[in-house]
Design a protein around this ligand. Structure first.
Ligand code: GLC
Length: 731
């Protein structure tokens, strides 16, 4: 296996042979789905393409091999929840759904399977994990994140990165692993009004305290191979023009040695959108001097940068250093040491049954039971004879698979492949079940997510008369979320709400399955459904998993990684909020921090989720009620399964710095443990938190732990009523 000096020597030797044009070409990443970009390979000495199909990848590598130095190409792809842009691959539930599992091992497994299948398709660079924090669900890209808590996002992203990259060594990426690319750097989800790529109003202090630490963790502890720079500006400075972010923080403070890749045409946008540069030439100078190594989809920069270096307006050393980073990764991937050809029977290696097993596991564990009146679920087999299924998302593969998958706008070369063969929707799963159990079954779509004129409510109302149970599968579909698709209204679209009310009016038992990409404002559903199941884009096996949950073949294990708002206007409702809203002065709000026309609490809270058993917490005990400065925080809590079925509990640990020099959230998640308990089983769970988890970033932008009182909270969700509390002092 090569070591660092071996690779470094090989890179330097190659660089010494390269012309300025050839070095600069390594810093251009172009889109393979644009024919003009493919023509530029030889003239611009292109080093990388994205969105490449296996056959095109093979063809492009052959062309690259015939160039003067035969430098192989590196191919990137948005493999966000599996390598979804190829036929016969394993698609997983989306990141937000994976976050509902709170299962680190499963997230890492998704990374491993994604990487393996990418390499079979001659791809080497996964534009994943997404480290964005989704604190406003109006944003189109919520489903792509691990939710609203930055710390949890960092924990799960680290697992996904390790699954993608392997053991995280810099010098050698195993043949079944790829480069990870953490994105989007940074605070892309903080755009004002949750408007995609719009100005983000975050301060440097909040960046240092909340949004940068997850990236720092992946870089410092796990050897992240690359990161992708966000589109937006922060406090007036475009991320791709921020030398503070890319040079001072990333390189100088964190010692990052990987590749800094821009998002799509960030450099062009400095000129055409953010008006930071008066020309592509000025934008190219700013882009390289600010610390971007590779420009995605800005071919204009090639000739402009050549001019800059030739005129002495840009130091050639910057180009040399960035080309070094790209070539280093190409050597580490072994691209110079193996012929880039599709192996015999490469397609047979995709979609292995064992891999699909993990996707099904993820679908099952991603489901969150939010309401279960009178323990309606799991359904008693004898109590149901005729099931009516309604709702558009019981039979919509686009809704079920979510963004960056087969139906997506980006999957141009596989748009025709909806992976139908592997997708089991709720309609199919339920009809097969009812057939096997000799139960009556009927499906009526009833309403459409997009088409407000679509109306089969009368038909559904008629069918309800002869049914004794109604399951309604509603939510959103692909055209309502993803990049460029933010929403101003999070209520159910089309005639879905009217359909639900008609079903309720039938007087029959009503189970609502919310199959969607993000939290919706559904107070009526919470009040009127007998049971509510949240299924964020649950993946190809999602329909099967939901059926299994309804009939008790599996138990619900999911917990929300993101809050549901009572109304769109109630946003933001993320759990780790600050105090100080004057609303508590108003007699109308009874001393609560809330709008006069909305409750204080979200509709469903971060960390919330029911199971088919009951778990009791007791005996929260600190090792030290007076914690010496610098010492780890150790404590235990007892949990007991007081129900009749085995279950999984996600024990959540929150901290609150009671008095601090800057405002701090009322609680912040700092640890969690996924615990399996048999009926009547008790366990004592030990936690040891590093002292640093008590820290904040003060006004002087220093990360410190301030002495004084802290509160430790442990329980089943972020809701106060679910938490045991104990105070302690830091000396
Ligand atoms: C997109 C996205 C980014 C993606 C890139 C390449 O616009 O912002 O997440 O990796 O372009 O598809």
């Amino acid at each position: 296996m090569q070591n660092h000096s071996d690779i470094s020597t090989r890179v330097e030797q190659l660089l010494n042979k390269m012309t300025l044009e050839e070095k600069l070409g390594q810093l251009m990443q172009l889109a393979a789905n644009d024919p003009k970009s493919l023509e530029l390979l030889e003239t611009y000495h292109v080093g990388s393409y994205l969105h490449v199909s296996p056959k095109v990848a093979e063809h492009l590598q052959l062309r690259a091999a015939k160039t003067r130095l035969g430098i192989p190409l590196i191919f990137g792809s948005d493999a966000i929840h599996g390598h979804c842009f190829e036929n016969n691959t394993v698609v997983f539930p989306t990141q937000l759904a994976m976050a509902c599992t709170w299962n680190k091992n499963l997230v890492r497994k998704m990374g491993e399977i994604t990487a393996y299948e990418m390499r079979q398709c001659l791809l080497h660079w996964a534009f994943s994990p997404v480290l964005c924090v989704a604190r406003d669900p109006r944003w189109g890209r919520c489903g792509e994140t691990f939710g609203e808590d930055a710390w949890l996002c960092g924990e799960l992203a680290a697992e996904l990165m390790l699954g993608l990259q392997g053991d995280g060594s810099q010098e050698y990426v195993e043949p079944n692993h790829v480069l990870a690319c953490a994105k989007h750097f940074v605070a892309y989800g903080e755009a004002i009004g949750a408007r995609d790529a719009y100005e983000a109003g975050v301060t440097k202090r909040r960046l240092l305290e909340t949004f940068l630490p997850p990236f720092e963790k992946l870089i410092k502890t796990h050897k992240l191979a690359s990161l992708m720079v966000a589109y937006q500006a922060i406090d007036g400075v475009a991320c791709s023009a921020s030398s503070w972010l890319l040079n001072d923080i990333c390189r100088d403070e964190w010692g990052f040695e990987g590749i800094v890749l821009t998002d799509w045409n960030n450099i062009g946008a400095l000129h055409t959108i953010q008006n930071r540069a008066s020309s592509y030439k000025e934008a190219s100078k700013i882009g390289f001097e600010s610390g971007n190594d590779v420009f995605m989809a800005t071919p204009e920069a090639f000739e402009k940068t050549l001019e800059l270096v030739t005129e002495g307006a840009l130091d050639e050393g910057i180009i040399h250093r960035s080309a070094y980073r790209v070539l280093y990764r190409k050597f580490a991937l072994g691209l110079f040491d193996q012929e880039a050809k599709l192996t015999e029977g490469w397609q047979d290696k995709l979609g292995a049954p064992d891999s699909w097993h993990y996707s099904l596991q993820a679908s099952r564990q991603s489901l969150v039971l939010l309401k279960n009146t009178a323990d309606l679920l799991p359904l008693d087999k004898c109590a149901t004879n005729n099931i009516l299924l309604v709702g558009p998302n019981a039979d919509d593969v686009f809704a079920q698979l979510g963004d960056w998958s087969f139906g997506s706008k980006q999957a141009l070369h596989t748009k025709d492949t909806l992976h139908k063969a592997d997708t089991v929707n709720l309609k199919t799963a339920l009809s097969l079940h009812c057939e096997a159990q000799a139960l009556g079954f009927r499906y009526i779509k009833g309403a459409d997510c997009i088409d407000s004129n679509f109306d089969e409510i009368a038909l559904a109302r008629e069918a309800a008369k002869s049914s004794d149970l109604i399951i309604a599968c509603v939510g959103d579909t692909l055209d309502q979320h993803g990049e460029f698709h933010d929403r101003s209204d999070l209520t159910l679209s089309g005639k879905q709400q009217a359909l639900l009310e008609a079903m309720k009016a039938s007087g029959k038992t009503l189970i609502v399955v919310l199959l969607c990409s993000k939290p919706h404002a559904i107070p009526w559903v919470k009040d009127n459904a007998d049971a509510v199941i949240c299924a964020f884009n649950p993946g190809p096996k999602g329909g099967q998993a939901i059926k299994e949950l309804v009939f008790g073949e599996i138990s619900p294990e999911g917990r929300l990684p993101i809050s549901f708002p009572y109304s769109t206007g109630q946003l933001p409702v993320y759990y780790n909020k600050y105090k100080g809203w004057h609303a508590f002065h108003s007699p109308q709000t009874e001393g609560q921090e809330r709008y006069i026309d909305a409750p204080e609490a979200p509709l469903f809270a971060f960390g919330e989720g029911l199971s088919y058993t009951t778990i009791e917490y007791s005996e929260l005990k600190l090792k030290n009620a007076a914690l010496p400065h610098g010492q780890d925080l150790e404590f235990t809590v007892d949990i007991k399964n007081t129900g009749l079925r085995a279950g999984v509990e996600v024990v959540q640990v929150y901290l609150h710095d009671v008095y601090s020099s800057v405002t701090t959230p009322e609680k912040n998640l700092k640890a969690f443990e996924r615990v399996e308990l048999d009926a009547s089983e008790s366990k004592t769970i030990l936690f040891t938190l590093p002292f640093d988890c008590l820290s904040l970033v003060n006004e002087a932008l220093e990360r410190v732990v301030e002495p004084g009182e802290f509160e430790l909270m442990v329980g089943a969700s972020s809701k106060d009523e679910d938490l045991l509390k104990v105070s302690f002092e830091v000396s």
